[in-house]
Design a protein around this ligand. Structure first.
Ligand code: NAP
Length: 264
């Protein structure tokens, strides 16, 4: 993951340096994995970034990494996005620290897999509260500021599983399909103010979330991926960077699958 982040920084320095100057971004789940790569991509383009993660150690580590590459670009916030009151308080704090929010990336997500027949209420609630309500909470927390900015962006990280379903993931698939419905509805609500709202649907990306897959499971996945390889965090970060940029100003309410052709 770290070499991928370095690749991102070099690419942005070459082709897109300064594209996010003066922009403030909030990235949830930026303690590691895809969220950290997205935070790095935005900071490399000149954004100041609120690095939100559930555990303080991870949000601090990520913010330190960003500040080492791009001085004064990041501040850490430890937050459980499923906690509505805490999201409102953190949103206020972020706006007080940075003055505004231009870009919100709802990336925090968890899995609690199991067949529906055996799934506990707790596993259902944890996944829905984090992946779907967490995005709603963060939108509520910063929407007033977003709506005041020219060219603001909301980017929701959903999943191909929200499009096609998966045995053993009724909770995760429902949360990610719900996030797609939220994206399209919010795109319509915010369109009058020029705020675009889009979703990225990653396929299988190499992170802690997919680390637990057995070799047999990975081979099964590769069978379904026309490009015949798993994705990297950079593939999602580059897409988020594009959607956050002025070049994507006429794109809203869309779900962009970044999945090696798995869903087409
Ligand atoms: P990851 O490596 O497991 O990292 C998840 C991140 O989300 C961590 O920073 C974690 O915080 C944070 N998080 C989890 N629960 C949270 C909560 N309640 N409040 C705040 N932060 C929370 O996951 P990933 O693979 O990078 O996935 C990122 C997003 O992409 C998720 O929404 C996931 O569903 C989606 N996605 C991933 C894949 C894939 O193949 N990896 C495919 C499709 C979609 P801590 O670090 O503090 O624990």
């Amino acid at each position: 993951m770290h070499s991928g982040v370095a690749f991102c920084s070099r690419r942005w320095k070459k082709v897109n340096m300064g594209i996010f100057d003066e922009k403030v971004a909030v990235v949830t789940g930026a303690g590691r994995g895809i969220g950290l790569a997205i935070a790095q991509e935005l900071a490399a383009g000149g954004a100041r970034v609120a690095v939100v993660s559930r555990t303080e150690a991870n949000s601090t580590k990520s913010a330190n990494e960003l500040n080492a590459s791009f001085p004064d670009s990041a501040r850490p916030y430890a937050l459980d996005v499923s906690d509505t009151a805490a999201c409102m308080a953190t949103g206020k704090q972020i706006i007080s620290d940075f003055g505004k929010v231009d870009i919100l990336v709802n990336n925090a997500g968890v899995t609690r897999d199991g067949l529906c027949m055996r799934m506990s209420d707790e596993d259902w609630d944890t996944v829905l509260d984090t992946n779907l309500k967490g995005a709603f909470n963060m939108i509520k927390a910063v929407q007033r500021s977003l709506l005041k900015q020219a060219d603001a962006r909301v980017i929701n990280i959903t999943s191909v599983i929200g499009l096609i379903g998966n045995a053993g993931q009724v909770n995760y698939a429902a949360s990610k399909a719900g996030l797609i419905g939220l994206t399209k509805s919010l795109a319509r609500e915010f369109s009058g103010r020029g705020v675009t709202v889009n979703a990225i649907a990653p396929g299988f990306i190499v992170t802690d979330m997919t680390d637990g897959l057995t070799e047999e499971m990975k081979a099964g996945i590769l069978d379904r991926v026309p490009l015949k390889k798993l994705g990297e965090v950079d593939d999602i970060a580059a897409t988020a960077g594009f959607l956050a940029s002025p070049r994507a100003r006429y794109i809203t309410g869309q779900v962009l699958a970044v999945d090696g052709g798995m869903v087409m």
